[in-house]
Design a binder for this molecule. Structure first.
Ligand SMILES: [Zn+2]
Length: 55
């Protein structure tokens, strides 16, 4: 049980979890190919993200 188990990604992004705990957030969204460091969203195509990071 971690602090993220009972929280939605939406709530985590709202509290900037993807910025403060980037690597933990990435574990929650994999196997996504890319993730946005601004919005916390994940996508197959990095062109769909405003600040993409390859996973
Ligand atoms: Zn974005």
């Amino acid at each position: 049980m971690t602090q993220t188990d009972d929280k939605t990604l939406c709530a985590l992004v709202e509290e900037k979890y993807h910025e403060s705990h980037t690597s933990e957030f990435i574990k929650l969204i994999q196997p996504a190919k890319h993730f946005c460091k601004n919005c916390g969203r994940s996508a197959v195509n990095q062109k769909n993200l405003c600040n993409p990071e390859a996973l």
